[in-house]
Design a protein around this ligand. Structure first.
Ligand code: NAP
Ligand code: ZN
Ligand code: ZN
Length: 348
């Protein structure tokens, strides 16, 4: 076994604190990574505080991992020692169900294995995430990192990037399409960059005017203040797709009114309570309304390659692991530009 230092939440109310644990020695198909960087997703905060009621403690969060390969099993083909590799939200799946066969492991029908807060397929070993110095993962669940991108700023692509890329692609975003991105946080700012690179006209919906200059710098054509009813009304019926990344309970019905006939509202945020949906706008404009969960391994690699080609990374604030509790407080207040990334080289 490999001794590993990390940071864990021991229960829903305690701050994250140093925690020692062990990972398996790499098997024939495994790669062992020294973790260099791990992004801080809002989902990490949600799980550390048990807001959805199914957290397993001790909980080591982190599913936006970039590391250096330090050991490979003898059957590994994709990586060699010294390569950079990424690990996102999944570390295993059944590999045989329809979803897995289609490369949609996030929708595995018999249960995939999340990078943390889950059990390995042995049914007893808890998975522990990237707020730690090393991880061992099957090479099929490790991603190649484009060489031209800053590895620290790549880390958030492993969750925030793919979670926005996947619904944008599924809704065939491209030139001539008008896309709204609701909430300019970690996911939202990636949604803006990706939709812009796909050729769409991009409009950010933010709670205030505060992020206007940033939104335009990130690639948006406009920012609309979502708390201003007249500003929203001026956008009525204009959008092909609205991608909602908001992490809290909010009124989604206002956005249904902004869609054209056959427009689509895609929700990726996870509010802690159910949302109310007014069905009439769905009927009278034949709207689509769907959720979307991260992305499968092939699409995640496609997204990373797309980002490599277009020079896209996350805007990050690099922090030492010792600053994680302050970062959680700031994330809760929406005070981050636009993703915290932990520098795990400074764990010692
Ligand atoms: P984040 O960085 O905190 O961004 C969320 C943004 O939502 C904020 O920046 C803010 O944008 C807006 N917002 C926050 N509270 C709001 C409120 N009360 N009313 C309206 N807008 C509000 O979080 P994130 O990491 O991007 O994650 C966003 C959500 O996606 C979380 O719920 C997370 O758990 C979820 N998530 C889902 C998946 C998936 O697979 N579907 C994957 C990863 C994360 P403005 O300041 O611009 O208004
Ligand atoms: Zn995430
Ligand atoms: Zn499966």
């Amino acid at each position: 076994m490999i001794p590993v230092r990390g940071y864990a939440a021991q229960d829903a109310r305690s701050p994250l604190a140093p925690f020692q644990f062990e990972r398996r020695d790499p098997g024939p198909r495994d790669v062992q990574l020294d973790i260099l960087y791990c992004g801080v997703c809002h989902g990490d905060l949600t799980m550390a505080r048990d807001e959805l009621g199914f957290s397993r403690f001790p909980l080591v969060p982190g599913h936006e991992i970039v590391g250096r390969v330090v050991r490979v099993g003898n059957e590994v083909k994709k990586f060699k020692t010294g390569d950079l590799a990424g690990v996102g939200c999944l570390v295993d799946s059944c590999r045989t169900c329809d979803s897995c066969q289609e490369g949609l492991e996030q929708y595995c029908t018999t249960g995939n294995v999340q990078t943390y807060n889950a059990l390995e397929k042995d049914g007893k070993t808890p998975t522990l995430g990237g707020y730690s110095e090393a991880i061992v993962v099957d090479e099929d669940f490790a991603l190649r990192i484009p060489a031209n991108l800053d590895p620290a700023a790549v880390a958030p692509l492993l969750c925030a990037g793919i979670t926005t890329y996947s619904p944008l692609r599924r809704q065939r975003v491209g030139p001539g399409k008008r896309v709204g991105v609701v909430g300019l946080g970690g996911l939202g700012h990636m949604g803006v960059k990706l939709a812009r690179a796909m050729g769409a006209h991009v409009v950010v919906f933010s709670q205030s005017d505060r992020k206007r200059a940033d939104a335009l710098r990130l690639g948006a054509h406009e920012l609309v203040v979502s708390s201003n009813p007249e500003a929203l009304a001026a956008q009525a019926g204009r959008f092909d797709l609205i991608l909602d990344t908001v992490s809290a309970v909010h009124d989604i019905n206002a956005y249904l009114g902004l869609l054209r006939r056959d427009g689509h509202l895609s929700i990726v945020g996870v509010p802690e309570r159910p949302l109310e949906v007014s069905v009439l706008p769905l009927l009278i404009k034949r709207l689509g309304f769907s959720g979307s969960s991260i992305g499968g391994l092939p699409e995640t690699q496609e997204m990373l390659d797309f980002c490599g080609k277009h020079g896209i990374v996350s805007d990050i604030e690099l922090i030492p692991i010792q600053g994680i509790n302050d970062a959680f407080e700031r994330l809760q207040k929406g005070d981050v530009k636009y993703r915290f990334v932990i520098d795990l080289k400074r764990l010692a």
